[in-house]
Design a protein around this ligand. Structure first.
Ligand code: PLP
Length: 501
């Protein structure tokens, strides 16, 4: 016991001492050493780095080049505003309960756990309190042990079904809680395997195409068009109101469809989704419907594919707390696989997805799930967007407050989008989206999107995303995100006006 303890604290150099005689020549060889393992050829097919790390890299290079410039990022769609207090305190409370014998829990159910959540009324049963100091003020945080009398066993799967799929016949057991939609996209690709034919909107969130390439569903990229062989690209542009001409779309096994679409911001209408479901029914295809931005829809368009009759037999839905509740760093999402969705041999798809989840995933963080539950506590009175950084007694006692707080965050980003939309329109540029989504898709006719990206960055220190990163149809566009502090959005609007006027 003693010796292993001593060994683990031995200085690094001492542990390495037998190798201390390595010569410079050996070092050189060590540097050139290669394994005999060949690179996965599917990864070799990928054309570029994944888009968003590439944008971050460009931002870092720009910061190096102009160390005194204030860079404003309207690029990667990452949320910027703080979590509502009731959501953060619920996670803090849950985390604290893990330090108690009664509260501690280990692995949860892979599909999503039932957990004791105490996001309301916990002031009644304070067992421990501490002071947190933030830059603005210090405030008291109260902790309640898990499974104490005032915390209730809550089921996030059921809460998701009731909040987002009310009256659509989706049961909690058909909801699989995850660590985010992007991870679920890859798990779905593993579910389908390499022999599937796929269709994607063009443009679309890049994880769909890249994961298809990695799993082996595609051929090589065609030089010139930038398209991968074996992918059916469903072009979405202003000529077709950002909805593909389905009569010209070849049959595929899987149809990836994102609404509101990232990057165009277009939310498909009821009629459009009816056509999509009809196409899947006629072709015997499965739709993978990404509704990560559904709560941004305010024009009455469907927020879920399951609003369309018959969709449960042909569609899987992927979604996320990231852009709903500011959980991009917390990590929480879900996938719905209805029991009625069957393979050609009659086997339920849900059984296989359950198998994939159990094999490749061990369940979402319990702390994140406590935060997810708190953010869905719904229907109550509206709090101001930025509640004071103290836990108000009404907040503690009202179980329905935080969904309203979360929706206030969504409203804030939508107001940012309005400012940006007005800015581009005042400059005579055509900007799409921004109404049902936190993204604007701005057209620069005849230009190359990377050139536009570079010019805007060079002249205004504003980061955007070149449209071609989302597919060949994006080559004359840039995507601009409405996630940002209001003061930055206003400053960005001023800078863009002075550049483009
Ligand atoms: N789906 C779409 C359409 C997205 O735009 C994003 C993130 O930007 C994701 C999925 C990923 O979501 P998550 O943060 O849950 O992984």
């Amino acid at each position: 016991m003693y010796s292993s303890f001593a060994f683990s604290f031995m200085p690094y150099k001492t542990i390495l001492s037998p190798r201390a005689s390595i010569t410079t020549q050996d070092n050189k060889n060590a540097k050139d050493y290669r394994t005999k393992v060949s690179r996965n050829p599917k990864l070799e097919k990928l054309q570029y780095n994944y888009l968003f790390p590439e944008i971050s890299e460009r931002e870092a290079q720009h910061a190096k080049k102009y160390p005194n410039a204030k860079i404003i990022s309207l690029g990667i769609g990452d949320t910027t505003e703080p979590l509502p207090d009731v959501v953060a305190s619920s996670m803090a409370n849950y985390a604290y309960s893990l330090s108690t014998r009664t509260g501690y829990r280990g692995y949860g159910a892979e599909q999503g756990s039932k957990i004791y959540a105490s996001f309301y009324a916990y002031k009644l049963l304070i067992i421990k309190s501490c002071y947190l100091h933030t830059s603005d003020k210090s405030y008291e945080v109260h902790f309640l042990p898990e499974n104490s009398k005032s915390s209730k066993l809550q089921d996030l799967r059921k809460a998701i079904a009731e909040t987002f799929y009310k009256d659509m016949g989706i049961q909690g057991a058909e909801v699989f809680v995850s660590d985010g939609a992007q991870c679920d996209i890859s798990r779905l690709q593993m579910l389908f395997g390499s022999n599937m034919s796929i269709a994607v909107q063009d443009p679309i969130f890049p994880a769909y195409i890249d994961s298809s390439v990695i799993i082996g569903q595609t051929g090589e990229v065609e030089q010139g068009s930038g398209r991968y062989q074996n992918i059916e690209y469903m072009r979405c542009d202003p000529h077709n109101n950002f909805f593909p001409g389905l009569s010209k779309t070849a049959r595929t096994d899987i149809i990836f469809f994102c609404s509101p679409n990232n990057p165009t911001g277009h939310a498909a209408s009821w009629e459009q989704l009816e056509q999509l479901v009809k196409l899947a029914q006629e072709n015997g295809s499965i739709i993978v419907y990404d509704s990560a931005y559904a709560v941004y829809i305010t024009d009455g368009s469907p927020r879920s594919i399951y609003e369309i009759p018959g969709a449960k037999k042909v569609a899987i839905e992927v979604s996320s707390f990231s852009k709903i509740a500011g959980f991009t760093g917390v990590r929480l999402g879900w996938t719905v696989v209805p029991k009625e969705l069957l393979y050609s041999n009659g086997f339920p798809v849900i059984n296989d997805f359950n198998r994939i989840i159990c094999t490749c995933f061990n369940g979402a963080s319990r702390i994140a799930q406590a935060g997810g539950l708190a953010s869905l506590s719904s229907e109550g009175f509206k709090v101001s967007f930025r509640p004071p950084r103290v836990i108000l007694s009404e907040q503690l006692l009202n179980p329905h407050i935080s969904f309203q707080a979360v929706m206030s965050l969504v409203d804030y980003y939508k107001s940012n989008a309005e400012i940006l939309l007005e800015t581009f329109e005042s400059l005579g540029l055509k900007a799409y989206g921004g109404v049902n989504a936190p993204y604007l898709w701005v057209h620069f006719p005849g230009s190359n999107s990377w050139d536009v990206f570079n010019e805007i960055l060079e002249k205004t220190h504003i980061i955007t995303v070149p449209g071609s990163g989302f597919g060949p149809a994006g080559k004359e566009y840039i995507r601009v995100t409405a996630f940002g502090h209001r003061e930055n959005i206003l400053e960005a609007a001023d800078r863009l006006r002075s550049l483009l006027l």
